[in-house]
Design a binder for this molecule. Structure first.
Ligand code: CO
Length: 128
């Protein structure tokens, strides 16, 4: 299993993507409007950056930006079976943000774990 992506909250995903391209040559490989967000995936070679820009004030990313400003939002681990990964998390008494897998960006199946039980970092499972 690999680190699937690192999620970064930003006020301007397009501008941040250009910055990464200028800085280290990373290129955008996927963009979509998803769930009130502009989501931009940048390919780093062995993982992705997921740039998350709120398109409305109600999204969790808009609230995150209000409270914390732009920056690291979550890390995402690739799993073969999201349902099985959630069962393992339950066995380990990890609090679940999502009790069941749900549709995520880029057509993936995802579920989030509570940061209080994951070293203070919001953690996502991603099944491709
Ligand atoms: Co993510």
């Amino acid at each position: 299993m690999t680190l699937d992506h690192v999620g970064i909250a930003t006020d301007d995903a397009a501008e941040l993507a250009v910055f990464y391209e200028d800085l280290v040559g990373y290129e955008v490989v996927h963009e979509e409007d998803f769930d009130g967000l502009q989501v931009v995936f940048v390919d780093t070679g062995n993982t992705y950056l997921e740039l998350l820009e709120p398109l409305d004030d109600d999204s969790t990313i808009a609230r995150f930006l209000d409270q914390n400003g732009p920056g690291l939002h979550h890390v995402a681990f690739e799993v073969e079976d999201c349902e099985a990964a959630l069962a393992t998390a339950r066995e380990l008494d990890v609090g679940l943000v999502d009790e069941e897998p749900r549709p995520g960006a880029w057509g993936h199946t995802v579920a989030f774990l509570h940061p209080r039980d994951t070293g203070g970092v919001l953690t996502e499972f991603v099944e491709h």
